[in-house]
Design a protein around this ligand. Structure first.
Ligand SMILES: NC(=O)c1ccc[n+]([C@@H]2O[C@H](COP(=O)([O-])OP(=O)(O)OC[C@H]3O[C@@H](n4cnc5c(N)ncnc54)[C@H](O)[C@@H]3O)[C@@H](O)[C@H]2O)c1
Length: 304
C-alpha cells in the first residue's frame, strides 16, 4: 500500500511517516517545507510543493492507494487574525486537491480535522460525533467546511473519507510552540526561564493525546477502509491549571504565571468521547498524561 502524506514534514506528519514505514506502508510526502530538523527518513519519497498546485499533485497521486491530509496553512490564532488566508489556504486549497483526486482516480483520504474547534462552546460533558457543531473560530469553521466538501466528493465521485477530529496532541517535534499546544509552549517557557502565560483563568478544559497514540490511530485509519467521522483523543478532560501542576512536577521547576485576558476564539471546554473510534479500529490511547509529559521533557532536554 502506498500512502501520500500531505504535510508529512510537520509535527504529526513526521511521526506518522515513521509509523507507516514500520507497518510496511510506503509513504510519499508532499510538503512545501523541509522537516523540522532537516532529517529525511530513508525509504520515504519526498516531493516539495504546494498541495493545491495541480501539476505537483498530479505527480504525487500516481500509484497512491490512500491520502493522509495533514496540511494546515494556519493555526487557530493566525486563522482568526486573517480568515481570508485561512479560507484560501485551507478550504480552497483542499478543494483544489480534491479536484486532482477526482481526476487521478484516487478515492481514499484520511483527513485531520480538529476536535478542539469544530464543536464550539457546549454544555456537554463529553462530545460525541453527533454533537452539534457550532465553531466560534475561523479555524474550526474551515475545518468543518473541508469535512463537508469531503462529503460532497463522497456523494458525487465516490471519494471515501475518514475524518479524524483530533484533540490536543503533544510530544517531540511540536512545531508551533507559543501558537498551538499548551504543553509544548509551557515546557519551552520553562526552558527559556520565562513566565508561563495563560489566557483567561486557567480553568479551560482540554483533552490531550500523546503523539505516538495519535500516529498509531492515524495509521489504523489508513490501513482500514472505514469511512466516517471519528473523534480521536484521550477522552479525559484536564484544566490548564492542572497542566501547570504536571509540567511543574515533571520539570521540578515552579513556574511564574502571567494571566492575560481570555481570547475570544478559545472554547471553554472540550473533552472528546472517543468510543466510536476505539471500537471501530480496535484502538486505545496508552500513554498517560504524566508519563507523556515526562517523555517529552526528557526529549526536550536530550542531545540535539
Ligand atoms: N497540532 C495540533 O495541535 C493539532 C490538533 C488538531 C488537529 N491538527 C491538524 O493536524 C494536521 C497536522 O498538524 P501539525 O500539528 O502536524 O501541523 P504542522 O504545521 O506541524 O504540519 C503541517 C505541515 O503542512 C505543511 N504545509 C502547510 N501548508 C502547505 C501547503 N499549502 N502545501 C504543502 N504543504 C503545506 C507545512 O509545511 C507543515 O510541514 C493539521 O491539519 C492540523 O490542523 C493539529
Amino acid at each position: 500500500m502506498r500512502c501520500l502524506v500531505l504535510g508529512g514534514n510537520g509535527f504529526i506528519g513526521t511521526h506518522l511517516v515513521r509509523a507507516l514505514k514500520l507497518a510496511g506502508v510506503r509513504p510519499r510526502v508532499l510538503d512545501r517545507a523541509g522537516s523540522l530538523r532537516g532529517e529525511e527518513q530513508s525509504g520515504v519519497e519526498y516531493l516539495f510543493g504546494d498541495f493545491s498546485d495541480p501539476s505537483i499533485v498530479a505527480e504525487a497521486l500516481i500509484d497512491v492507494d490512500v491520502v493522509a491530509h495533514l496540511v494546515s496553512t494556519t493555526v487557530p490564532g493566525s486563522a482568526s487574525a486573517d480568515p481570508i488566508s485561512d479560507i484560501s489556504g485551507n478550504l480552497i486549497g483542499s478543494v483544489k486537491f480534491l479536484e486532482q483526486m477526482r481526476l487521478s482516480g484516487v478515492r481514499r483520504i484520511v483527513y485531520l480535522s480538529s476536535g478542539g474547534t469544530v464543536y464550539g462552546n457546549t454544555e456537554e460533558e463529553s462530545l460525541h460525533e453527533e454533537s452539534a457543531t457550532n465553531p466560534i473560530s475561523s479555524y474550526g469553521t474551515v475545518k468543518l467546511a473541508v469535512e463537508k466538501y469531503l462529503g460532497v466528493y463522497g456523494s458525487q465521485y465516490g471519494v471515501r473519507a475518514t475524518i479524524l477530529r483530533v484533540s490536543n496532541p503533544y510530544g517531540p517535534n511540536s512545531r508551533h510552540i507559543g501558537l498551538q499546544g499548551v504543553i509544548p509552549t509551557f515546557f519551552s517557557r520553562l526552558i527559556e526561564k520565562q513566565p508561563i502565560r495563560i489566557w483567561g483563568t486557567g480553568e479551560n478544559i482540554r483533552d490531550y493525546i500523546y503523539i505516538s497514540d495519535l500516529s498509531n490511530a492515524i495509521l489504523k485509519a489508513i490501513e482500514q477502509d472505514k469511512p466516517g467521522v471519528y473523534n480521536v483523543g484521550s477522552g479525559i478532560g484536564i484544566s490548564i491549571k492542572e497542566i501547570i501542576d504536571i509540567v511543574s512536577e515533571v520539570s521540578s521547576i515552579r513556574p511564574e504565571i502571567e494571566f492575560l485576558p481570555d481570547r475570544p476564539f478559545d472554547v471553554k471546554r472540550v473533552v472528546l468521547d472517543v468510543s466510536k473510534f476505539s471500537k471501530t479500529f480496535d484502538w486505545a490511547p496508552t500513554v498517560e498524561l504524566h508519563e507523556g509529559c515526562r517523555m517529552y521533557w526528557h526529549w526536550l532536554n536530550g542531545p540535539g
